[in-house]
Ligand binder design. Structure first.
Ligand code: GAR
Length: 207
């Protein structure tokens, strides 16, 4: 990628802990050449949005409730373009994206999901994994395609499920891994040193 900073557009719906972990990675110099251009929420009053405002970042709200998906996404895309966003970061954005939006940002949208995909897509992945009785859980950062929790995987982090775990303790330990994984994945994508071959994300340094 070029010498100018990679500009992130963060989309979130809730508390925004993944967004805050990314913001902290940038602040502490662990994500050089990356900046947050705008934080957008579909939920007015999302805690993550207030956190972004406190950090002095540009924010925008486009309430999605009751709106047609494509119309809502057109507003979001316009805001992302206005802020010259290079890479869209879904950080707990609990709304499906329209095919038009995904096409407009082809291979430029990342999502984090709290399971080792392709296991347990959809809502409450950590509880799904816990209830299933898996012995290894974790999280996945992937490019977004037109299917739910499905695109090319950039990286995964795995942890053992302990006999003493509850769904809540497991979720908390997965979240700790998410906070590491997302910045690492952004750094990899920001480096530009990768190729996508079919479903495989390949780092150039591993060729
Ligand atoms: C995270 O656990 C993220 O993986 C999950 O929502 C949570 C958001 O937390 N996303 C999904 O399940 C997407 N399918 P946060 O607002 O504290 O970052």
């Amino acid at each position: 990628m070029s010498g100018s900073p990679l500009r992130l557009g963060v989309l979130l719906s809730g508390r925004g802990s993944n967004f805050l972990a990314i913001a902290e990675a940038i602040r502490s110099g662990r994500l050089p050449g990356v900046e947050i251009a705008v934080v957008i929420s579909n939920i007015a009053g999302a805690p993550g949005l207030s956190a972004a405002e406190s950090l002095g970042l540009s924010t925008a709200v486009f309430v999605s409730k009751g709106r047609k998906r494509a119309e809502h996404d057109t507003d979001v895309a316009a805001s992302l373009h206005e802020h010259n966003v290079d890479l869209v970061i879904l950080a707990g954005y609990m709304r499906l994206l329209s095919p038009e939006f995904i096409a407009a940002f082809h291979n430029r949208i990342l999502n984090i999901h709290p399971s080792l995909l392709p296991a347990f897509p959809g809502l409450d992945a950590q509880h799904q994994a816990f209830d299933y009785g898996v012995k290894i859980a974790g999280c996945t950062v992937h490019f977004v395609d037109e299917h739910l929790d499905h695109g090319v995987i950039v990286l995964q982090r795995a942890i053992p499920v302990l006999d003493t775990d509850t769904a809540e303790t497991l979720s908390a330990r997965i979240l700790t891994e998410e906070h590491i994984a997302y910045s690492e994945a952004i750094a990899r994508v920001a480096s530009g040193e990768y190729e996508i071959s079919g479903r495989r994300y390949l780092r150039r340094d591993s060729f």
